[in-house]
Design a protein around this ligand. Structure first.
Ligand code: SAM
Length: 289
């Protein structure tokens, strides 16, 4: 198992050495520089780390068993007596994470905005190998062909989580699921939904052994999106790129191409909206109030 493999193990475990606490007020501190560099994909790829803003999301990550490397907290909020933050610091130290008690300037520099959250977590990312995607009858996963927009990807991850779908497969050259914008848009669902990255050829290899249906969504689809039987077998919903839709090669890999009927002048729906419509239809029988 690599450090990037999806896992339910609690990082650090009971025997983890306690983390260290540092106070940092200068934005030119090397630790701050390293954390700020995680805004760039190259640094996330090199280190396997990514940023999560906000105490609730950081706690979600810890609860979900993701490996917290560093917790950056507002020194002012700690000094102001924030109990939740103090508890989070103890928890992080217990898990072996380093803690940075940061000045407002340092927090702003890391979050790259004014009024940043009082806690920012640096987590180790996790990816699932495509071979581990095995869907039972009635289960649904989503594949995205070259998704480019971080807001769309984050919203889709959140909707996959909300509908109880199993995973997302990012096919081809997709936006980074661990960018700050994507993670923000997931509202914590980044920790709940297994993410697979696959080159087109890898996806097609996996597809050859997949016994469920692949429901492709296409502006030239001739089947209504409500027609497939989503309850009987396993389903992979396949969504196209924001500009170009599904490539011909990927459309050919689908069992059926469906369309969501539209009124009015819009050419198409936004990708995240279309994915939401598809997910709620495919999971309709499984979702009850
Ligand atoms: N110009 C692109 C095209 O012609 O395919 C539009 C792409 S659309 C913005 C992005 C993706 O959302 C599509 O590839 C498809 O997966 C999905 N989508 C959007 N509207 C849809 C609809 N009415 N029916 C089926 N899928 C739709």
């Amino acid at each position: 198992m690599t450090d990037e493999t999806y896992s339910s193990r609690r990082p650090g475990g009971a025997l983890a050495a306690p983390g260290r606490i540092k106070e940092i007020s200068s934005v030119s501190n090397p630790i701050v520089k390293d954390i700020r560099a995680l805004a760039q994909k190259r640094h996330r790829d090199e280190t396997g780390l990514f940023l999560v803003e906000g105490l609730k999301l950081v706690l979600d990550g810890i609860e979900s068993g993701w490996d917290l490397a560093t917790l950056v907290v507002s020194k002012a909020a700690l000094q102001g007596g924030s109990e939740v933050l103090t508890r989070a610091v103890s928890r992080a130290v217990g898990l072996g994470a380093d803690v940075v008690e940061a000045s407002a300037k340092v927090l702003e520099a890391i979050a790259r905005r004014d009024n940043p959250q009082a806690a920012i977590g640096v987590f180790r990312r996790q990816l699932m190998p495509i071979s581990r995607i095995r869907l039972q009858p009635g289960e649904v996963a989503v594949a995205l062909d070259r998704v480019r927009d971080p807001g769309n990807l984050g919203t889709i991850l959140r909707t996959i989580d909300a509908t109880g779908a199993k995973a997302v497969i990012l096919v081809g050259d997709c936006v980074d699921p661990f960018s700050l914008e994507t993670v923000r848009a997931t509202m914590g669902s980044i920790f709940a939904v297994p993410v697979v990255k696959a080159k087109a050829a890898e996806f097609l290899d996996w597809r050859a052994g997949f016994t469920g249906q692949i429901v492709g969504t296409h502006m030239s689809g001739t089947v209504d999106y409500r027609a497939p039987d989503y309850a009987g077998g396993a389903t992979l919903l396949f969504m196209g790129n924001e500009q170009a839709g599904l490539s011909e090669e990927m459309a050919a890999a689908c069992s059926v191409l469906v369309r969501i009927p539209q009124a009015g002048r819009a050419d198409s729906l936004n990708l995240a909206v279309a994915t939401g419509v598809m997910l709620f239809e495919a999971r309709r029988g499984a979702l009850v109030l």
